[in-house]
Design a protein around this ligand. Structure first.
Ligand SMILES: [Zn+2]
Length: 575
């Protein structure tokens, strides 16, 4: 491959080569063919969608010696000069780096020195970044533009361009490319450039590019220079899993890995917000999601599990964080704090987090899913009501079966040993064996289990209380919630020690002191462990589980209801 970058090598030279912006280039070509080109255009759209490229093509065709059908010949002296960037007829100014009034005055002076019979094209990139004074100067010129001068103002953020400027321009909108268009373009380009591209590498390129032609080609170049390996993309899904599973460690691990790879906290936060937005859209308006088909399906599945309310809450929180990050000496710390907050729904008792927990619970109950994949709220067996304020954590030992959710007769065969069913490793240990092992673990807890631990987990678990063995799990109570979290962080260490000491995969069931591990085996509900909070949750967090069972299945939730769920605190006034 030549040293010239792929992006420059494959940059469109004619309107017909601009991918995915047919509506824009058709309008420009027709204007040129009919000699009715405007004097001022506003090109808006996401980065890398062809705004400046199209502006240069326009400049080329307007000065081309042999234009054909609204296209430049790309062979005459003028065309070649524009392509080389040496034409006297094309002037570019990047307002992002040069936003002052002096640069603007300079440009306007040049504009008034017209070359007879030729077009001078002024391309102002990121025009929304112009200073107020520079904008005023530009506005005067736009009011009475010298003949043969064409202004092309480009922006990624048209909302920030003043209304006066917008009203004096023809506004043309560029869009991100649909993934199928991008995919076939990249396949063609890779083949043309002689780049071998495996499917996973192609998918990583499309993902990285996010619908921007420039970013996608840059990603392809990275892959090509890396010998065709798929890009090392930060696994953004992990953040969503962390939110869903309330697992801060999972989120912080990804942050640490990303930093190690040289990512910065701001762009990473940007990416997480973008990903959350994709999730939100896939719930609300799937047609707007710009992802490869297979990826879109994955995101939709994640979004379904996360729920719109949680997605919105995370977007809001991380959005605030992005603003704060601009002035923060340590943006990474801010990101980590936000992630810890977002992965701890119990820490926040505001309405939106409650709504979010409710809708998740509702989904689980409505879909009849057992607790094998979803973490349930603990149930008070006396009332059959879920105590949403408390959480069953850790070993997944606390399960919510339909038998407890208000249907005492539903004692389906096989529903007995949920604990064994949900952990593959435990399946080959008999329930009796496991129960005996758990009993033994409690007996030798102080003498053997604790001594098998390293000093940190040992110190943490020393402050916790062993409540006893229940159905093959060891119930442990921490003095408070923060301590329970610490215990949870070292749960795997203790479970590994248990395996070593008693020779069976005995799990822990963590709770906060005062919570009672309740053995339900007498009531016929099977080996289901439920936690009862000693301290009553706030009254408004009580949810009648019967009501949840009767809730309509997910599929018939109306768009209005989905919207209401998505915006915490909103109320349906009139459907
Ligand atoms: Zn030409």
């Amino acid at each position: 491959m030549a040293t010239q970058s792929l992006y420059r090598r494959y940059r469109p030279r004619r309107f017909g080569e601009v991918k995915g912006q047919e509506h824009v280039v058709r309008s420009l070509r027709n204007a040129v063919i009919n000699s009715r080109e405007g004097q001022a255009y506003l090109f808006s759209g996401p980065r890398g969608t062809g705004k400046t490229t199209s502006a240069r093509i326009l400049a080329k065709v307007l000065n081309c010696a042999n234009p054909q059908d609204g296209e430049p010949c790309c062979e005459c002296e003028s065309c070649l000069a524009v392509e080389r960037g040496t034409s006297y007829d094309v002037h570019e100014l990047d307002a992002a780096s040069n936003n002052g009034v002096d640069a603007m005055r300079d440009l306007i002076e040049k504009a008034s020195l017209g070359t007879p019979g030729r077009h001078k094209v002024y391309i102002l990139d990121e025009v929304h970044m112009l200073s107020k004074a520079a904008e005023t100067a530009l506005l005067k010129t736009l009011e009475e533009p010298p003949p043969h001068v064409v202004f092309v103002l480009a922006t990624t953020d048209p909302q920030k361009v003043s209304e006066t400027i917008r009203s004096r321009t023809q506004h043309l909108q560029f869009h991100l490319l649909p993934m199928d268009v991008m995919e076939s373009h990249i396949r063609w380009l890779a083949a043309d450039a002689g780049i071998e591209l495996a499917d996973d590498a192609l998918q990583s390129v499309l993902l990285q590019g996010g619908g921007s032609a420039r970013d996608t080609v840059s990603a392809l170049e990275l892959v090509a220079s890396g010998g065709g390996d798929a890009l090392d993309i930060t696994p953004l899904d992990e953040f969503l899993e962390a939110f869903i599973e309330s697992d801060p460690g999972r989120a912080l691990t990804v942050v640490a890995d990303a930093m190690q790879q040289g990512r910065d906290a701001r762009s990473l936060t940007d990416d997480i917000v973008r990903h959350l937005r994709d999730c939100f859209l896939s719930l609300m308006a799937p047609e707007l999601v710009q992802l490869p088909v297979q990826r879109a399906a994955e995101v939709a599945a994640l979004a379904h599990r996360l729920g719109a309310a949680a997605a919105v809450r995370a977007m809001e929180r991380l959005g605030e964080m992005l603003v704060e990050m601009r002035h923060a000496p340590d943006p990474r710390l801010l990101l980590e704090v936000a992630l810890v907050q977002l992965t701890h729904p119990a820490a926040s008792n505001d309405f939106s987090s409650l709504l979010d927990r409710m809708s998740r619970l509702e989904q689980q109950v409505a879909s009849g899913k057992s607790a094998a994949t979803a973490r349930p709220a603990p149930v008070d067996p006396a009332t059959g009501r879920a105590a949403l304020g408390g959480r069953a954590r850790g070993s997944g030992g606390a399960t919510l079966s339909s038998a407890q959710a208000g249907h005492p007769s539903a004692d389906a065969p096989g529903s007995g040993d949920t604990l064994t069913a949900e952990t593959g490793a435990r399946a080959d240990v008999s329930a009796d064996g496991l129960a005996a092992a758990a009993e033994r673990a409690v007996e030798v807890w102080g003498s053997q289990v604790m001594t098998a631990l390293k000093s940190l987990p040992r110190a943490i678990y020393a402050a916790a209380k062993v409540l006893g063995a229940r159905n093959g799990v060891v119930a442990v109570a921490a003095p408070n919630e923060p301590h329970r979290v610490k215990c949870q962080q070292h749960q795997a260490d203790v479970e590994a020690a248990l395996l070593k000491v008693v020779g069976a995969p005995v799990k822990l069931l963590l709770s906060v002191d005062g919570a009672v591990a309740h053995d339900d085996s007498d009531s016929g509900g099977g080996n289901v462990v439920a936690l009862k909070l000693a301290s009553a949750p706030p009254p408004d967090e009580d949810v009648d589980l019967d009501g949840l069972v009767d809730a309509p299945p997910e599929a018939v939730v109306t768009p209005v209801e989905r919207l209401a769920q998505a915006f915490p605190g909103s109320q349906i006034i009139d459907e």
